[in-house]
Design a protein around this ligand. Structure first.
Ligand SMILES: NC(=O)c1ccc[n+]([C@@H]2O[C@H](COP(=O)([O-])OP(=O)(O)OC[C@H]3O[C@@H](n4cnc5c(N)ncnc54)[C@H](O)[C@@H]3O)[C@@H](O)[C@H]2O)c1
Length: 264
């Protein structure tokens, strides 16, 4: 009889995991044999999600505002104490404020940058030492196509996502040397509560027009890409940005007349 204990299940931290893309990412990890810590500012939705997942052995739900250093430190401590390790961190928590430059208040700016940029900085800094103890891991930052190119009304959101893409490269450069790969996903439009909030009917139809696949992405399609980047199949990928956007970034805006003449 062998005395070897079974290997502990790997652990993924997903910020903003109570709903939308974060929840789909958590479900990907659960389906692929991980334990999952969901960190989210929205305690009520988080409790409902925890109950719906109904897997107390493998799911830890923690209320945490990722823009607050003390809350991130506490969530990291609680995750490490409960699960004993962290193998993957998905910096997904994000907020969108779409306003003209002149109407974007300093509070709006701070709120968006605080969540979308300070959050990933703080969470990566807190989780990296825990990852190192078990030989390294992977971080995936959820940026956006709005971070790849500028567009109207996104002075705060677009800037936060462009900065997050650069932060990804900074972290990849330093943390790669200790076995932590850091990559980013730049999703195109995805059907979630956030999209419902900021995409009007007209915006929706414009997106259908300029995306070669002529549709929004699903949360599962984003989760599949995140899961891949965290897996051993991506073991030599570090510091990259993968647009998961139906071809939006590749095609550019293009001319409506020429698009209409495209082969069907
Ligand atoms: N939906 C899209 O079209 C789209 C496109 C590109 C990028 N993204 C990005 O994907 C990520 C997820 O977006 P989504 O569409 O699922 O949005 P969502 O609003 O449905 O979910 C975001 C989650 O993050 C949580 N959150 C917000 N602020 C937080 C904070 N300070 N601390 C902890 N949790 C916080 C919310 O409570 C929510 O559960 C965001 O970073 C967003 O910018 C979304």
């Amino acid at each position: 009889m062998s005395n070897t204990l079974p290997a502990p299940l790997p652990v993924a931290v997903v910020t903003g995991g109570a709903r939308g893309i974060g929840l789909a990412v958590a479900q990907w990890f659960l389906a692929h044999g991980h334990r999952v810590a969901l960190w989210d500012i929205d305690g009520e939705t988080l409790r409902k999600t925890e109950a719906a997942l109904a897997d107390p052995e493998r799911v830890l739900a923690l209320r945490c505002d990722v823009s607050q250093p003390e809350q991130v430190a506490l969530a990291t401590e609680q995750t490490a104490a409960t699960f004993g390790r962290i193998d993957a961190l998905v910096n997904n928590a994000g907020v969108a404020v779409f306003k003209p430059v002149g109407q974007t208040t300093f509070e709006d700016w701070q709120h968006v940058l605080g969540t979308n940029l300070n959050g990933p900085f703080l969470c990566t800094q807190a989780c990296a030492p825990v990852m190192r103890k078990t030989g390294g891991g992977a971080v995936v930052n959820i940026a956006s196509i709005s971070g790849l190119r500028a567009s109207t009304l996104r002075v705060a959101y677009g800037t936060s996502k462009a900065a997050l893409i650069h932060l990804t490269k900074q972290h990849a450069t330093e943390l790669g040397t200790v076995g932590i790969r850091v990559n980013a996903i730049a999703p195109g439009p995805v059907e979630t509560e956030m999209a419902k909030l900021v995409h009007s009917v007209a915006i929706r139809s414009d997106y259908h027009d300029v995306i070669p696949l002529e549709r929004y992405g699903t949360t599962e399609e984003i989760a599949n890409a995140v899961g891949f980047l965290c897996s051993a199949n991506a073991s030599y990928i570090n510091g990259q940005v993968l647009a998961v956007d139906g071809g939006f970034d590749a095609a550019g805006v293009g001319l409506p007349t020429l698009r209409k003449n495209a082969e069907r």
